[in-house]
Each structure stands twice: as C-alpha cells, then as structure tokens.
Design a protein around this ligand. Structure first.
Ligand SMILES: Nc1ncnc2c1ncn2[C@@H]1O[C@H](COP(=O)(O)OP(=O)(O)O)[C@@H](O)[C@H]1O
Ligand SMILES: [Mg+2]
Length: 316
C-alpha cells in the first residue's frame, strides 16, 4: 500500500505477538520522533504498563506524563475510557459512576461486542485530532497495541461500529474515525516480530489479515536480531579449528562458542529474510540489546537503529 514513511504519519500502531517487543519498539519509535522535534504521545493500551520500566516514570491513566523532553506517555484503559465516554455522551456522570461501580456495568462492557475497542480507538482518535490554538496538540501518536488479535480488533472497531450503527451520529462518528485509521497518509501500522518461526508466522498472518481489510500496513520490524562480528572467512577458520586434531581444549571451547554466535546470527538473518519475502514489506532490523532499563542506553540504541532504518524513514 502506498503511503509516506512511518515517521511522517501522525498515528503509528505497533502490533505483534505478545512478547516480541511491541512496547520496546513503540517506546523507541516515540523517543526517536520526540528527539526529531515532534511533540509525541506514546499511548499504552491496557491496564498493564511497562512505560515505567523503560523510562523510569509511571504513566498516568488520565493525563499524559512527560517522560523525556517532548515525549509524553499515557495509558488508555478500556473500562475507564468507556466510563468517560458514557458520561460525556449521556451527560449524567453520577449515574455512570454509579453504574461503573456495579457488577452490571462490567458485564455490559464485556458483553457489548467491540465496545471496549471502539471507545479505546475513539479516545486515541480524539487525542490525535485535538487542536489547541489552531494547532494539533500532538504531532505524533505511537500506539503500543494489544497482542495481535486484540490489536487487529482495535483497528477494526470503527469499521465494525459503522456497519452496525445504521444511520445517525454514532455512524457518522465511527465513519470519521475509520477514515483516519484507514488512511495511509495519517496512519501506519508497524508489525513487529522477533526472529523466530512462530513470531514471524504470526506477523505474516497479521499482515495478510490487515491488508485484506484495507488497513495501512507501513512496515515490519524484526526486533532483537542477533549479529555476528565474524566474517564468513572467520567462520570457516573457526570450523577448521574444530576439525584440527592438534587443537587444544581451550581453542576448541573458544571456537565452539564463536561458532554458536555465527550460527545464531545466521539463523536470525534467515528469519528476517523470510519475514521480508513473505510479507512483501520493508523490514526495519533492530539489534538485540543487553538491557532496556532506564540509563542502560538500550532503548536509545533501538531508537537510533529505528530512526536510521530506510523501512521507517523512507529511502533517501
Ligand atoms: N531489542 C531487544 N533486545 C533485547 N531484549 C528485548 C528487545 N526488545 C524487547 N526485549 C525484551 O523482550 C521482552 C518483551 O518485550 P516487550 O516490549 O515487553 O514485548 P511486548 O510488548 O510485545 O509484549 C522484555 O523483557 C524486553 O525487555
Ligand atoms: Mg507490551
């Protein structure tokens, strides 16, 4: 699908299997965008938050918190967002608060298919389109999406609501949201995988589903890819050591360890090739870093790799 590079789109949704590094990639992208001078909001969807582990600052549920210069973080919890939405729509806040305390409310939000996703997406859209003094409040939004199926459901929530809503204000609102979410000039989806069969397969399937539904997939991200400092000639020399009956134990141990490094890197390289081939997408490649904790430099390393990658920033 045509569209500008991911860094030029107002909304980026970072999607993928659980544990592949969606949160790390979303944080790294948001950090890079903020460093490039864009006022950026990192949106974490769900009650569970990892922003604190990455930035050392806890995000707030209701208000964006500045975690780095120009970079703000916010957690959107579907249930809280649903309460907020209903109190605005119904203009009866006390009633909604009362309902929210009851078990019945929980059952309603659980039972209404797609309501939580719709309200969450509506909240994200609201943030993306908020204007203050004639200018957008946020230049960029990076959404740390829920794991694959739930992430796809989130992106589809507006389209589904439009189909169900018949006619009227809800339909109009859903349609407005859907337009922005589907538009490749406004929105880009980055599908993340780690270099292992299951994650790559799930990423490729997600790309196919999203494409079939007309969603603006911008790129794939291969995360935590191991690299080897050894050249092919080095690798050959290492194998020669193992084949040499005169080699000592220490030499063998060193050669074995070094070969494991080259094999790991070779394995990951093939996974990245498979991801690129099967998805037909540009793939950004991020290194495996020893640590992602604040102050370790890991997140900054991922950010630099992302922002320098043609799959994210476009060909020069
Ligand atoms: N590039 C990387 N190098 C090393 N470890 C990583 C990398 N990206 C993520 N991790 C680690 O992998 C785990 C899962 O990452 P996370 O971002 O929480 O995944 P997700 O949000 O997709 O569930 C975490 O422990 C994280 O620190
Ligand atoms: Mg996560």
């Amino acid at each position: 699908m045509e569209g500008p590079p991911l860094i030029d789109r107002r909304m980026a949704f970072v999607l993928g299997k659980g544990g592949v590094g969606k949160t790390a990639v979303a944080a790294a992208l948001a950090l890079g965008l903020a460093d490039a001078g864009h006022r950026t909001l990192l949106v974490e969807v769900g009650a569970e938050t990892r922003t604190e582990a990455l930035f050392g600052t806890a995000p707030a549920l209701d208000e964006p918190v500045e975690v780095r210069p120009g970079l703000f973080a916010l957690t959107v919890d579907a249930e809280l967002a649903t309460q907020e939405y209903l109190s605005i729509q119904l203009r009866v806040k006390p009633l909604v608060e009362m309902m929210a305390r009851s078990r019945a409310f929980h059952q309603v939000t659980q039972a209404a298919p797609g309501l939580a996703e719709l309200v969450t997406l509506g909240k994200i859209w609201d943030l993306a389109t908020t204007v203050r003094d004639g200018a957008p409040v946020w230049d960029r939004l990076v959404v740390d999406s829920p794991a694959t199926g739930h992430g796809i459901a989130l992106l589809e929530a507006a389209g589904n609501a439009r189909d169900l809503a018949g006619s009227g204000p809800i339909r109009d609102q859903a349609e407005a949201i859907e337009k922005v979410v589907r538009h490749p000039a406004a929105t880009g989806i980055a599908v993340v995988a780690m270099p292992e069969d299951l994650a790559v397969t799930e990423a490729i399937e997600a790309v196919e589903i999203l494409r079939a539904r007309g969603m603006p997939v911008a790129c794939a991200v291969a995360n935590a890819v191991r690299r080897s400092p050894f050249s092919p000639a080095d690798a050959q020399a290492l194998r020669a050591v193992l084949a040499d009956p005169a080699a000592g134990d220490a030499e063998r141990a060193a050669a074995t360890a070094a070969i494991a490094v080259t094999d790991g890197a070779h394995h990951d390289e093939r996974e990245v090739e498979g991801l690129a081939r099967e998805s037909g997408l540009p793939v950004a490649v991020l290194p495996h870093v020893p640590d992602l904790a604040p102050g370790s430099g890991g997140l900054e390393a991922l950010s630099a790799a992302l922002m320098g990658d043609p799959a994210i920033r476009g060909a020069a």
